[in-house]
Design a binder for this molecule. Structure first.
Ligand SMILES: *[C@@H]1O[C@H](CO)[C@@H](O)[C@H](O)[C@H]1NC(C)=O
Length: 421
């Protein structure tokens, strides 16, 4: 019996409602058999104050705290010329070459909705699509896979500056127009790459929606379902694409997502993205170095038993929030007590900035913590470090880690293979 017919029968026997899961499916990367090893091209097509603080400092305007205010609170001509210069220089072909040479196989590329459509009254400047296309061309040349990651949605899905707009009450989920605009953009992206899944195997329809708010969480569940249709069926309902949909856990424990997007539920080609950071609470930032490592190792069970493919799509060997503007432009750090409400753990001196200021024991810790995470995250389908580059926070930079020895030239070349015991 042909494989697909067998599946149809199996599906019929199981009473599955979503018959499309029986279509043949060959992802552009063998998820599940090869490990994802990659970097995020953060701070390129979506500005982040902590990745490029100079771009924000040079405005001379302390009210410019994100890409939205960057475009709104200065002349359009000025903003546009700085953005263009940044897009032309922050990531170039040589970065793709270096990423491939470092033994990595994926880049995750954050992009904002405003690259595709700017609504009336929105100050955003577009022009990023040409760079997305260049990135895909370069990735093809160096045999890298691109995950296109919608990092900012209309209204902001989380209020973080990295969504484009820092705001106390994000407006994406509470406004149907915003969600409808986002769905249309995902359709556009899916169409753009549906015949190039060997280079763009995966689309992430929304980064970090604020699921810690129950209203946002339920909108997000529906949105992951609708994005499944948009990403997996760009040819119409009679044929699937080979594109994988990468959904984010929306800050919920993985157990929340059990039995929601599996083949048993009628889905096929849905992968989970979880982000693991250990500095965004007073408790986590106060952990000792050995506790950071054992906490990383402690993710083994969750990652190895989850019911979908799972990648850790953001993580870092940095263990503090000391990087300038990491918590937002003008906001201090928990670690050194300069953020309101945070007791001081220690001084940030020597823990952020240029690697030339890092002690050898700190670099040894960065290597151990990096290896503990790589070992653990490969118990799932793999990992994508945040980020390839940062202007003045080498502890976050994959490139700086390679140059200064806390990241190996070959990511499988481990010095501490038993660090998790
Ligand atoms: C919903 O969002 C759209 C933009 O996507 C905006 O024009 C509209 O005013 C918003 N509606 C409400 C009630 O805030």
């Amino acid at each position: 019996m042909p494989f697909s017919l067998r599946l149809v029968l199996a599906a019929a026997l199981l009473g599955l409602s979503f018959l499309p899961s029986v279509f043949p499916f060959t992802p552009g990367f063998p998820y599940g058999s090869l490990k994802v090893r990659g970097v995020n091209l953060g701070g390129w097509l979506v500005l982040e104050p902590w990745i490029t603080p100079s771009i924000f400092d040079n405005t001379g305007n302390s009210k410019i705290v994100d890409e939205y205010t960057f475009c709104k609170l200065q002349s359009k001509a000025t903003a546009e010329s700085i953005l263009k210069q940044h897009w032309d220089t922050w990531i170039t072909e040589s970065d793709f070459q270096a990423i491939a040479a470092a033994g990595l196989n994926h880049v995750r590329l954050p992009i904002g909705y405003w690259a595709f459509e700017v609504g009336p009254g929105e100050p955003y400047i577009s022009g990023q699509q040409a760079y997305l296309q260049k990135a895909v061309t370069w990735a093809a040349k160096y045999n890298l896979k691109v995950i296109v990651d919608l990092h900012g949605a209309p209204g902001s899905q989380n209020g973080f500056d990295n969504s484009g707009q820092r705001m106390p009450t994000p407006m994406w989920a509470s406004n149907n127009t915003n969600v409808a605009r986002t769905n249309a953009i995902i359709k556009t992206i899916a169409n753009m790459f549906k015949d190039q899944t060997n280079v763009v195997p995966t689309i992430a329809p929304l980064n970090e929606p604020a699921g810690f708010d129950s209203g946002v969480l339920s909108v997000t569940q529906q949105y992951w379902h609708d994005s499944y249709g948009n990403i997996r069926f760009p040819f119409g309902s009679s044929k699937t694409s080979n594109t994988v949909e990468l959904i984010h856990d929306a800050f919920q424990p993985l157990s929340f997502w059990n039995n929601q997007f599996t083949v048993g539920q009628g889905y096929q080609g849905v992968m989970m993205d979880t982000h693991i950071y250990q500095m965004f609470s007073n408790e986590l930032v106060a952990l000792s170095n050995s506790a950071h490592i054992s906490t990383a190792c402690g993710n083994a069970q969750d990652l190895s038993t989850f019911d979908l493919w799972i990648v850790v799509g953001e993580w870092t060997p940095a263990a503090t929030d000391c990087a300038k503007y990491l918590n937002g432009r003008g906001v201090g750090a928990r670690y050194d007590g300069t953020m309101a409400g945070s007791p001081k753990v220690g001084s940030c001196t020597g823990l952020t900035g240029k690697a030339s200021t890092f002690s050898s024991s700190y670099k040894t810790f960065l290597r151990q913590y990096w290896e503990a995470q790589v070992i653990t995250y490969e118990l799932g389908q793999g990992w994508i470090q945040w980020a390839w580059k940062a202007e003045s926070a080498d502890e976050w930079s994959y490139q700086a880690g390679l140059a200064n020895g806390w990241i190996p030239q070959d990511p499988t070349d481990l010095k501490y293979p038993n660090i998790c015991g």
